[in-house]
Design a protein around this ligand. Structure first.
Ligand code: GLY
Length: 258
């Protein structure tokens, strides 16, 4: 598809052969003010469309936080060996980086490799991470902009959050738009639940689908298990023609505890 079908255009005309990295992926995002990086709580995305990581890659079908594959020791190493060297080098080059730095990591045992950097929040990681933030986000972002992040408190709750993405039929290939979405209000009224709209639009009194990833249903809980259950309870209230979502968001974290 990439080379012959040119689904990514010119990018598919050249191949880079790299070492295969085995392991479990996790995302670590950090607030940065040019010199200081403050790590957010860890999270894990689910990139494939179907359960058990089957099918093609997507923008992300769900996320949970924390990701137990990332230990406390690893977080310290990620700050020291990944985030800070990037900030120091960017500053040395005269282009200090202020904003969100996202490191996509492949973790194997106690070791990790950086797969990618993004200069933004992750989607859907953001929907699982930010509900756990206790400090006002605006205070943190202002501290980033004004270069005083070192003195800014960034407090997280000790609970968990899970986001389940609901997508249109056919996604990540061609998908249908304009399907009426039912149950949004009921789901949004649930305690500890937030319904994030991604690919939706208003059509008179109705809300209809307008994208591949349509909604991110996030629930907070004291544990990952509790947040998963609440998120799926909320998902069960929502319906539209052909909707698809993964049924195993967070399963890896639960399996780890067994
Ligand atoms: N969830 C992957 C990304 O935001 O790039």
């Amino acid at each position: 598809k990439i080379m012959q079908g040119q689904i990514f255009g010119e990018a598919g005309s050249r191949i880079v052969i790299e070492e295969l990295l085995e392991g479990e992926e996790a995302s670590i995002l950090a607030f940065c003010d040019g010199s200081t990086a403050k790590l957010m709580v860890s999270s894990q995305d689910h990139k494939r469309i179907f359960d058990n990581d089957k099918g093609p890659n997507t923008g992300g079908m769900g996320a949970y936080s924390p990701a137990p594959v990332v230990t406390k020791e690893m977080e310290l190493r990620i700050e020291k060996e990944v985030m800070l060297p990037v900030l120091h080098e960017m500053k040395r080059r005269g282009t200090p980086y202020t904003g969100i730095l996202y490191a996509g990591l492949m973790i194997r045992g106690i070791d990790f490799k950086v797969l990618e950097f993004n200069c933004r929040f992750g989607d859907p990681e953001c929907q699982a991470v930010l509900p756990r933030l206790e400090t006002d986000l605006v205070d943190i972002l202002l501290a980033c902009i004004e270069g005083r992040l070192a003195g800014q408190e960034v407090k997280w709750n000790k609970g968990a959050a899970t986001c389940v993405v609901i997508a249109s039929a056919g996604y990540p290939d061609k998908y249908q738009k304009g399907e009426e979405i039912k149950g949004l209000e009921k789901a949004a009224k649930m305690k500890d639940v937030v319904v994030f709209h991604a690919g939706t639009k208003k059509d008179g009194p109705k809300v209809v689908t307008n994208g591949g990833r349509v909604l991110g249903i996030t629930a907070a809980g004291l544990t990952i298990a509790e947040s998963i259950k609440k998120a799926y309870d909320a998902v069960s209230l929502i319906s539209f023609e052909g909707m698809q979502y993964r049924k195993d968001i967070g399963k890896r974290a639960l399996d780890r505890g067994k």
